[in-house]
Write a protein that binds this ligand. Structure first.
Ligand SMILES: *[C@@H]1O[C@H](CO)[C@@H](O)[C@H](O)[C@H]1NC(C)=O
Ligand SMILES: *[C@@H]1O[C@H](CO)[C@@H](O)[C@H](O)[C@H]1NC(C)=O
Ligand SMILES: *[C@@H]1O[C@H](CO)[C@@H](O)[C@H](O)[C@H]1NC(C)=O
Ligand SMILES: *[C@@H]1O[C@H](CO)[C@@H](O)[C@H](O)[C@H]1NC(C)=O
Length: 309
């Protein structure tokens, strides 16, 4: 999606704590087709969504000259947003009739699909839930310990839905000002965008407000951790957050001993409109590789092993 404002105000910017992280461009869509979100399979293969296509793609990042191959095309949809692995090699995916220019999704078109790769080479596909009340379903998160639940960020309504992917039940889980749009605020008109749960805490970005925040899952005070033009993000094994930050960087949020978060620019070249990030699987080296998608169609592998906590 296009970004009309460029700002980067950091609450706390430490002086250059990270050596240059090695990067590798592993794919570029030939037409510049926007890539939106990413999940990494236990096999190390990537699953990639695009707001400009109802087709889910896969790419093997371990081979030279990797290709982007079609996995499945969802019906009655024009684009895909969030993807998350809610059981081993089983994924929830958001499909809708999306207009990525107008930042709208057609009323009633939002569906959460389930793709199960465990039984066959071609995935078993099931419609898990409809969210007719959704205005712009965007990021997806699992809920650790609750394998039937996923959380869906609604970027226009400014809330997180909880979806039971077994029963199809949908309810509003959390709604607060930090997730919401600014009334008559500037573009882009996307509030809460990425969201991920860790240790009972919901971390989320708000693109229009330019904030990265967290709130206890059970409710409570929202804490703003930092500011920047944020999209989706990945949490690493040390609890740090790697946030896709426009126009072209990755911000790293590290929790200090006294509980405050320090923000630093982990990468500020290579990426062009980063949209999401996910860590590799299967092996000590792979788990330090952060795969980043961009709205200019890049898939970039970032070796984060030099960013010691
Ligand atoms: C990858 O592409 C480059 C440039 O086209 C080519 O020289 C190389 O042989 C290819 N490698 C493989 C493994 O196909
Ligand atoms: C797609 O939409 C058409 C027309 O509304 C409907 O008849 C059909 O059942 C839908 N397909 C799916 C898989 O939802
Ligand atoms: C998407 O929205 C833009 C801006 O409102 C509009 O010009 C365009 O026609 C829409 N595209 C589709 C496919 O409806
Ligand atoms: C936490 O520690 C950092 C680094 O030592 C310091 O800059 C910051 O002011 C501290 N915050 C609080 C709330 O004590």
């Amino acid at each position: 999606m296009m970004w009309l404002v460029n700002f980067l105000v950091l609450l706390k910017l430490s002086a250059c704590a990270i050596a240059t992280l090695p990067t590798q461009l592993i794919f570029q869509t030939p037409t510049g087709q926007a890539l939106e979100n990413i999940a990494v399979r236990p096999s190390s293969k990537l699953l990639i969504t695009s707001t400009a296509s109802p087709t889910l793609y896969t790419l093997d990042p371990t081979v030279a000259n990797a290709t982007l191959d079609e996995v499945y095309t969802f019906p009655n949809a024009s684009g895909l947003t969030g993807i998350t692995e809610y059981r081993p090699d089983v994924y929830a995916i958001v499909a809708s009739e999306i207009n990525a220019t107008a930042l709208t999704e057609a009323p009633g078109s939002v569906v959460i699909w389930s793709l199960d790769f465990t039984s066959r080479s071609t995935p078993a596909v099931r419609r898990a839930a409809r969210i007719p009340q959704s205005k712009f379903a965007n990021g997806l998160s699992t809920v650790p310990g609750e394998p039937d639940l996923v959380l869906v960020a609604d970027s226009v309504l400014g809330m997180a839905f909880e979806v039971n992917v077994r029963t199809g039940a949908v309810r509003v889980l959390i709604q607060n000002t930090e997730m919401s749009l600014i009334p008559s605020g500037p573009p882009p008109t996307l509030g809460i965008n990425g969201l991920h749960v860790r240790a009972g805490v919901l971390y989320f970005t708000n693109t229009q407000r330019g904030t990265f925040s967290r709130v206890p899952l059970g409710g409570g005070t929202v804490e703003v951790l930092g500011s920047g033009e944020f999209d989706d993000f990945a949490l690493d094994t040390e609890g740090r957050a790697w946030v896709a930050t426009n126009p072209g960087s990755l911000m790293l949020f590290t929790r200090l001993k006294n509980g405050t978060f320090e923000a630093e620019i982990a990468l500020d070249t290579v990426l062009n409109e980063p949209s999401s990030a996910a860590f590799g699987r299967d092996g000590a080296r792979e788990t330090k590789i952060l795969y980043v998608t961009t709205r200019s169609g890049q898939i970039v592998a970032v070796d984060t092993s030099g960013a010691l906590a």
